[in-house]
Design a protein around this ligand. Structure first.
Ligand code: SF4
Ligand code: SF4
Length: 424
């Protein structure tokens, strides 16, 4: 057995905690999770059944923690997990699982398959079977500060463009600001309109905010690859930045997994509670709305639909806020089939979009999203995750569907009431 395989197997033994043991023990093999997973529904291949993606982990559980499994291993009826097997499973644990959580929601006995896949990834990464593209993105985040290699000068360049185009400043390292705004690399490189939208909304709301020079990036590929130590380093940077600047709230950007990493995993990763709040930008916008600080005018005439990012809606519970915000600015807001918590993944989450040679599979499973769009025929698709946005654009282009994709924060900013109309 290679040293890396031995390390990986030991990690897999360690990650089998009480929840995982109970999940394996309670699985009734009903197959309902298969029908919940777009990798199965769109390919028909039984290897993509969610619980099957965990088969090596299940075998280790049985061999190590059940009497029958131990006996089977002893007499050679149950084989040890090998390097070749883990390499084969890489496609099932990373490429074909977006950590979307639809299977966890559907399972009749409440098995949290996402939890199990994430734990399995811990062992896979330590055994050397994580996809190189996600490993490289994680290394860049640790070494440079962002998975796409974006550095502070790129952020400052966007701040300069913002000032030149709108006359608005994006404050940097402003101590005592109420909000610290995080960005994803994609927003810095591909969607700078997000920063402009934030600047306009904060100005109208009369709130103080800041970017942080040591923690501007929200993306946490350590979570996606399955290395908790690295995920902790990335979270710690944000925590140190927020505490140094003494902000009250950190705003997670239009990025699904960044929200999960910081809001739900972060405090556990660093081993202590935060002394600031974490909110997704849509939660903040809806709060501003209820406080009368978000005043809009005019309604979109276009037929708009909303794509729910999985980490926001299923793993995060941010369901009503986007709908309320959409109805504030869109006269013709239409829901796709299976809206809200049952919405289907775009196919790009959980690190899938970072894996270069995964494009064919991504496009194949995009057929589900395509059929959802065909059902409502929107003029534009609105979402709240830059990674979803990029994956949706990739799929729409491939299937020659001419439907623009926009961020909800940006749509709201386009409808802000002019200053003269905000006077009471
Ligand atoms: S839905 Fe739940 S109980 Fe049914 S096969 Fe999947 S994991 Fe097992
Ligand atoms: S989390 Fe989503 S992609 Fe992964 S196995 Fe479950 S349904 Fe499939």
């Amino acid at each position: 057995m290679s040293a890396s395989l031995e390390t990986g197997i030991n990690v897999l033994k360690e990650v089998i905690d009480a929840p995982i043991a109970s999940y394996f023990a309670s699985c009734v093999h009903c197959g309902m999770c298969a029908e919940a997973c777009l990798f199965y529904t769109e390919t028909g291949d039984p290897k993509y059944t969610p619980i099957h993606k965990l088969e090596p982990l299940r075998r280790i559980y049985k061999q190590e923690f059940t009497v029958l499994g131990r006996l089977a291993k002893l007499i050679g009826l149950s084989k040890a997990v090998t390097d070749d097997e883990l390499e084969e499973w890489k496609e099932l644990v990373y490429n074909s699982c977006t950590l979307c959580g639809r299977c966890s929601l559907i399972c009749p006995v409440g098995n949290d398959i996402v939890y199990m896949v994430r734990k399995f990834r811990e062992g896979m990464a330590r055994a050397g079977h994580a996809p190189q593209d996600i490993v490289n993105a994680t290394r860049r985040t640790i070494d440079i500060g962002s998975p796409m290699g974006v550095k502070l000068p790129a952020v400052k360049a966007q701040m300069g463009h913002l000032l030149a185009e709108t006359g608005l400043e994006a404050p940097l390292d402003k101590e005592g600001a109420e909000y610290m705004v995080l960005l994803s690399s994609m927003e810095i490189i591909n969607f700078p309109e997000y920063l402009a939208a934030i600047a306009k909304i904060m100005k109208q709301a009369g709130k103080t905010w800041t970017l942080c020079s040591t923690a501007f990036e929200a993306t946490n590929s350590g979570i996606q690859v399955g290395v908790s130590d690295l995920a902790k380093v990335i979270v710690s940077r944000i925590v140190e930045g927020a505490e140094r600047l003494k902000v009250k709230t950190v705003i997670s950007p239009e990025c699904g997994h960044a929200y999960t990493a910081l809001r739900w995993d972060g405090a556990n990763l660093i081993g202590r509670p935060y002394n600031f709040e974490v909110k997704h930008i849509l939660e903040v916008l809806d709060e501003f709305r209820t406080q009368g600080l978000l005043k809009t005018e005019g309604m979109e005439e276009d037929r708009l639909t909303f794509h729910d990012p999985c980490q926001l809606v299923r793993r995060g519970g941010v369901i009503d806020q986007p709908r309320t915000l959409m109805n504030t600015v869109a006269k013709n807001f239409v829901e796709m089939p299976d809206p809200g918590k049952l919405n289907w993944c775009c196919g790009g989450g959980g690190g899938s979009s970072a894996i270069e040679d995964n494009k064919d599979l991504r496009l194949e499973v995009f057929k589900r999203k395509k059929s959802q769009f065909e059902a409502v025929k929107p003029d534009r698709v609105v979402t709240a995750c830059a990674n979803c946005r990029t994956t949706l654009e990739e799929g729409l282009e491939h299937y020659q569907m001419d439907i623009p994709v926009v961020g909800l924060t940006e749509v709201i900013a386009e409808h802000l009431a002019k200053p003269a109309q905000t006077k009471s």
